[in-house]
Design a protein around this ligand. Structure first.
Ligand code: PLP
Length: 360
């Protein structure tokens, strides 16, 4: 039977989505083959792709002047491609670093651009978001990049930062579609699908079309976002299985009430978990400043790390899996994306209280 899976990604998918995929896997609408066994240029898959994009546009209220791309290479590849596509060679770009993934974004961009670290919370252990007034933005930056939700450190921007010097680019890999978002505030949003949007293998890139007018840097056509937009994300064979499953996720999220409903559920799930941690008298602790705490990834530590192994073992026995923290931080981490039902978080909270009553 299925456990409650708190994996940070690839992450849990909703059971109805998996069941539908299972039912459709042998045969698709009288075609005599599954949707992942037919040409991506045939009418069946073209329709799946078109519908997925339309549903994502509805789900996230994406304005028409934004292109929506379904690409490969994960979020990491986009961190290089954004520099190649939207910054001139050696041009300055501004980065705000609030955790591990902000650092990888810089690493990928550095060969192509001059990175200005406008703000960085590493000295404080990535436990907070640098105050906006303290950001040192450049006058002539090609873009300003930040990580909306730091999956490992559990640090999330609750508001879109106000930036006037350049278009705002954001890594939404672990918080896309978790709540309503004003897409028009951004130049580019990108997200690997494997947390909130489906299975790993497809990456969603949302770009304001006027940015395509930028020359960027010499690059092969396959690394050109405008070419992908012109070619409906089918310059080469796209990840059809992942795209199809992401489409099922979009339909499921819409049927459940859309991002407004997920924002409510996510707020309740996160509150329950943080209350359990904060109310434990120090048996559990989360070190992130309250205003910056992630609603998607909740890292926590046991007062006595010698109990970690017992915690994980007993949690597994109770049907609560993938709670081990990232190796960078240690401890525990509960990832509670859209597909994690509230019952899963309730089960985790009561397990945590029970564990504390026995070991505390
Ligand atoms: N950005 C964030 C916020 C992530 O959580 C991750 C992966 O966990 C990545 C980037 C890297 O994504 P990918 O493995 O799709 O390249």
């Amino acid at each position: 039977s299925r456990a409650f899976n708190f994996s940070p990604g690839p992450a849990t998918l909703p059971e109805p989505v998996l069941r539908q995929a299972q039912a459709e896997m042998l045969e698709w609408n009288g075609v005599g083959a599954s949707i992942v066994e037919v040409s991506h240029r045939g009418p069946e898959f073209i329709e799946v792709a078109r519908q997925a994009e339309a549903d994502l546009r509805t789900l996230m209220s994406i304005p028409d002047d934004y292109a929506v791309l379904f690409l490969q290479g994960g979020a990491t590849a986009q961190q290089a491609l954004m520099a190649l596509n939207f910054a001139a060679p050696g041009q300055t770009v501004d980065y705000v670093v609030t955790g591990h993934w902000g650092k990888t974004a810089i690493k990928q961009a550095r060969p192509y651009v001059d990175v200005n670290i406008a703000a960085d919370s590493e000295a404080g252990g990535f436990r907070d978001i640098p105050a906006r007034d303290d950001w040192r933005l450049s006058k002539d930056a090609a873009y300003v990049h930040y990580t909306a939700n730091e999956t490992i450190h559990g640090v999330e921007f609750r508001d879109i930062p106000q930036v006037d010097n350049a278009p705002l680019f954001a890594d939404f890999s672990s918080s896309i579609a978790a709540e309503p978002l004003d897409v028009s505030r951004f130049g580019m949003i990108y997200a690997g699908a494997q947390k909130n949007l489906g299975p790993v293998g497809v990456t969603v890139v949302i770009v304001r079309r006027d940015l395509f007018e930028r020359a960027g840097q010499p690059r092969a056509d396959i690394f050109n976002y405008q070419s992908h937009a012109n070619g409906d994300s089918m310059l080469n064979t796209p990840p059809t299985w992942n795209w199809y499953l992401a489409g099922l996720m979009f339909k499921w999220m819409l049927a459940e009430g859309g991002v407004t409903e997920f924002a409510r559920r996510n707020a309740r799930k996160a509150a329950l978990l943080y209350d359990t941690i904060d109310g434990s008298g120090g048996f559990y602790r989360n070190e992130v400043a309250h205003a910056a705490r992630s609603r998607m990834n909740v890292p926590f530590f046991l007062r006595d790390a010698a109990l970690d192994a017992a915690f994980l073992k007993e949690a597994g026995t109770a049907g609560l899996i993938s709670l081990k923290g990232h190796r960078v931080l240690g401890g525990m981490r509960a990832s509670i994306y859209n597909a994690m039902p509230e019952e899963g978080v309730q089960a985790l909270a009561s397990f945590m209280r029970d564990f504390q009553s026995r070991y505390g």
